[in-house]
Write a protein that binds this ligand. Structure first.
Ligand code: SAM
Length: 477
């Protein structure tokens, strides 16, 4: 089961104009709030079926109004939300200025009467929760948290001294586990988000992390912890190549015949499975938003890190990502592969092996540069995302990947240190080679691949060359 969080932007339109009791068709728990009709009285907090429904034969046994949905969004000072068990304050009598204060007694009418009737008829009520969210333009996102039943109600003097109705609701058993409390609102430190994003190296919007499968918390504690950085860092003492000459285009690079960077791409601005892409860089006179700087624009799609049953953390997208679209860069610290310590314990090393990437692609690379294949055979550099990295470090391997790796050169033209960009899909083939990594105990390091169709033993049975149902980790991917 997955969480979908949607902004509160549904207005008064309704795709299910007739109200109904219980779950809505096609909407699973904690899912598409976008299905209009989930709650049609957005401001009231209690949505109910009015008296006219009593005339319908199917509802002849019920008294109306009858509550069908409530929204918990911190509107009432007397509400108490313990996830599975809620004390909900009835409606009416509160200050509409938004300061949540009760200014007069509530009456047993409308929504309050509807909740009482739901209890009397033992009818379930849908519960929707609002959550603060900096990423939503209205400051909130809403989750559908399933069905509850009203167990009892009473009247009491509220915090402000006026009579309020209280309803105790309990969540019905047999529904998917409630995940509201497990939404962790950012993979990046929130305080630095979003206004200072450029300065602090944060992304354009937050990346949530969710865990509904075990007790693992986020970020991973201890030595698995890391610092988020949307840009690549350089290891101390590592000498970087000189800046390449840039193009002289003004504004946007539109004409590939005139743009010096496009010339390296064979007079093109290519972004679909090219072996190496030359982008404009800091020496170019074009603007930062130039079309030939695709990998420099930051995240475009809302990604989420989530806990899997058997592969630790993983990444999925809330948005539809068109094929060939840029997803994210693989960031971390660029290091000399030979300088890497504890390689076998570090699951976050990406070897910059553009030769291998290029060989998988159709097309000639000879025009690009003097590629000395011999020199490139043993990758000299890697990106170590063990202690510093971005969302890419959580993307898992798949034998049937839906991401591909793209080597990009921008500020320099040294392919050994190319930038690594992942395009459209959320798993990619790590390029594991069998029997290539020796663990600290001197034995070949093995990892069962659980990316796809599973064998009886739980390992992936997809690729023929993984006959043993296990794959062996190379240094990196
Ligand atoms: C770059 S990390 C990916 C994120 C990782 N799942 C986590 O929880 O941080 C690579 C590690 O994830 C796990 N992993 C990735 N893909 C896998 C797969 N298809 N099957 C099993 N484990 C996988 C392995 O432990 C691997 O060493």
């Amino acid at each position: 089961m997955e969480i979908y969080l949607w902004p509160w932007n549904f207005g008064s339109s309704c795709s299910l104009p007739k109200k109904r009791i219980g779950h809505l068709p096609g909407i699973c728990c904690m899912a598409e709030m976008v299905a209009l009709g989930l709650h049609s009285h957005w401001l009231n907090g209690i949505d109910y079926m009015g008296v006219p429904y009593g005339k319908m034969a199917e509802y002849s046994e019920y008294s109306f109004p009858l509550a069908i949905c409530i929204v918990l969004s911190g509107m009432y000072e007397d509400d108490l939300d313990n996830s599975e068990d809620i004390i909900y304050t009835g409606q009416g009598g509160h200050d509409l200025l938004g300061n949540k204060r009760q200014i007069k007694d509530q009456k047993m009418e409308r929504g309050n009467l509807a909740l009482k009737n739901s209890m009397l008829h033992d009818v379930p009520v849908r519960v929707v929760r609002g959550h603060e969210s900096a990423s939503s333009y209205c400051g909130k996102v809403y989750t559908y948290d399933g069905l509850y039943k009203v167990h009892k109600y009473w009247a009491e003097k509220g915090v402000s001294g006026f009579t309020v109705f209280k309803y105790q609701l309990k969540r019905l058993k047999g529904q998917p586990a409630l995940t509201t409390n497990q939404v962790i609102w950012s993979v990046m430190p929130e305080s630095k988000y979003p206004r200072q994003s450029r300065k602090t190296g944060q992304e354009n919007f937050p990346i949530p992390a969710t865990n509904i499968v075990d007790d693992a918390c986020f970020p991973p504690p201890g030595k698995c912890s890391y610092r988020y950085s949307k840009s690549i860092q350089v290891a101390k003492g590592l000498k970087l190549p000189r800046n390449a000459h840039g193009c002289k285009c003004k504004g946007d690079c539109i004409n590939p015949r005139l743009c010096a960077c496009a010339r390296f791409n064979g007079l093109d601005f290519p972004y679909v499975r090219r072996n190496v892409v030359f982008e404009c860089g800091p020496s170019c006179s074009c603007q930062p938003g130039c079309a030939n700087r695709i990998s420099q624009q930051g995240l475009k799609y809302h990604l989420e890190v989530f806990r899997t049953l058997d592969k630790g953390w993983a990444v999925r997208s809330w948005d539809t990502i068109p094929s060939g679209a840029p997803v994210c860069e693989y960031t971390g610290i660029i290091r000399r592969t030979d300088d890497m310590e504890n390689v076998s314990e570090n699951n976050f090393i990406f070897e910059i092996d553009c030769l291998q990437t290029m060989k998988k692609r159709p097309g000639d690379v000879s025009f690009i540069m003097d590629v000395d294949e011999k020199k490139l055979e043993n990758p000299e550099f890697c990106i170590d995302a063990g202690s510093i990295g971005n969302v890419a470090r959580f993307i898992n391997h798949s034998c049937e990947p839906n991401l591909f790796v793209q080597c990009i050169l921008s500020w320099h033209h040294d392919i050994r240190l190319a930038k690594i960009m992942l395009f459209a899909e959320l798993t990619y083939d790590y390029g594991y080679a069998l029997d290539s990594v020796v663990g600290p105990d001197g034995r070949i390091k093995q990892m069962e691949c659980r990316c796809g169709p599973q064998s009886a033993e739980g390992a992936c049975t997809k690729a023929e060359d993984r006959r043993t149902h296990s794959i062996v980790e190379e240094q990196g991917f």
